[in-house]
Design a protein around this ligand. Structure first.
Ligand code: CTP
Length: 397
């Protein structure tokens, strides 16, 4: 989704400049053209050559340097940007932009830019809390400049507090977010992820190996594309972006309640969770002690959330289910589509080592009432995009 875009990254003089090395490298790997502009102070912290090699582009520092890459460099740089990022942004550059001062290549380029500008401040906590800096940030936000909040923690100078540059991966994710077209704006998408746990006693439960990766990848992709996203998640180590509404649940009934609560105004529901089909009839308040001989747990069926949504579905709402199969993949998936009144089933063979639980890739087949499409082995992120693309094409009106 971001391949072929151009990001201009302005780097100003702060110790956190080294963190941007990773961001430039990661963007390049995603097929983004990266052009780096450094202030002279920034070159005291990281050599321009590092960025030149990683971006595979000249690094711009001096405003009046000869020979030039472009005739009028600050204008061409600004015009080339789909997104202009300043990271780390010092109190100085924020103050200059806020007051229209353009006295070096970076500040003149920002003055000319038409694309969104994302500013990522990093400075000492006392400097960050200075009301002049805060006023300048507020002023720029008013003009439509985008900001990332600094992290709190220990600073290089020994002070503790807010002002640290966010981690490189957080900056990368935010840049990807800003570059992604918002084609799902106005849609509400409910996603379920992870496995559910059915308690036997206070220390034991029935569950499955789902890690939630597929569901989280779908939720993130939908959020990047501008949707309002609700993620109903079983226990997992994964962390969702802060703009996603996460409803943590443990068991199937809690998942069912959360999904039903969110269903009425949802445009699309994607049930990627591996839901327990059975739950113990009796729950023991105390830890069950072992005895000689066999031990039997009696189970009853849980609510089939997808099937229930299939009954409640109104025209315009789209329902996507998953089918984790070990045999007769297509046959079973097609029958699930019918039985549960879903609009799409994403089927995967969980016995393959490259698909299913706890791996980063998946090989899935998409089945709708009209067609069946077997996708190649792909990352769960790519599959998430394909599922959203296909689901949005389904018309249930
Ligand atoms: N599902 C659900 N509620 C349940 C069980 C499953 O909403 N109690 C959803 C899953 O999230 C998934 C789809 O139904 O989207 C298929 O789940 P799966 O367990 O693979 O299939 P089942 O319908 O349970 O069928 P079978 O047991 O025959 O495989």
């Amino acid at each position: 989704m971001v391949k072929g875009k151009t990001v201009v990254i302005g780097i100003t003089g702060g110790i956190a400049a080294y963190k941007v090395v990773y961001v430039v490298s990661a963007l390049k790997k995603l097929g983004v053209t990266v052009r780096v502009v450094m202030t002279r102070a920034a070159t005291e912290f990281v050599q321009p050559m590092t960025f030149r090699i990683l971006s595979n582009n000249p690094v711009f520092v001096e405003q009046f340097a000869e020979p030039k890459v472009w005739n009028v460099e600050h204008i061409s740089l600004a015009d080339s940007a789909d997104l202009f990022v300043i990271a780390p942004a010092t109190a100085n550059i924020i103050g200059k932009i806020a007051h229209g001062i353009a006295d070096d290549l970076l500040s003149t380029s920002v003055m000319a830019v038409q694309s969104p500008v994302l500013i990522v401040p990093a400075m000492n906590v006392k400097m960050y809390n200075n009301p002049i800096v805060q006023d300048n940030i507020a002023r720029l936000k008013n003009y439509g400049y985008l900001f990332m909040e600094p992290n709190a923690g220990l600073h290089a100078c020994g002070d503790v507090g807010k002002g640290r540059l966010p981690e490189p991966d957080e900056i990368l994710q935010r840049i990807i977010h800003e570059l992604t077209p918002k084609d799902l704006k106005g849609k509400k998408i409910v996603v379920t992820a992870g496995g559910t746990r059915e308690a036997i006693d206070p220390v034991r439960f029935l569950s499955n190996p789902s890690t939630g990766k597929m569901g989280y990848a779908i939720a993130e992709a939908a959020y990047r594309r501008g949707a309002e996203v609700v993620l109903v998640s079983g226990p997992t180590h994964l962390q969702a972006s802060s703009g996603i509404k996460v409803i943590p649940i443990i068991n199937t009934q809690q998942m069912a309640n959360a999904v039903f609560d969110e269903f009425d105004d949802a445009d699309l529901v994607i049930k990627a969770a591996a839901v327990a089909d059975y739950t113990p009839i009796a729950y023991s308040e105390q830890k069950t002690k072992k005895t000689e001989g066999e031990f039997v747990i009696r189970l009853r069926r849980t609510t089939d959330i997808l099937a229930e949504l299939g009954k409640r579905k109104k025209p315009g709402q789209v329902l996507v289910g998953f089918a984790a199969e070990t045999q007769n993949l297509l046959e079973n998936a097609r029958s699930k589509l019918e039985r549960k009144n879903a609009d799409m089933i994403v089927a995967n063979d969980v016995l393959r080592p490259d698909s299913g639980f706890a791996v980063d890739t998946n090989r899935v087949t998409i089945i709708t009432k009209e067609y069946t499409e077997r996708l190649d082995l792909m990352s769960k992120e790519q599959i998430a995009e394909m599922i959203l693309d296909q689901a949005m094409k389904i018309n249930t009106k």
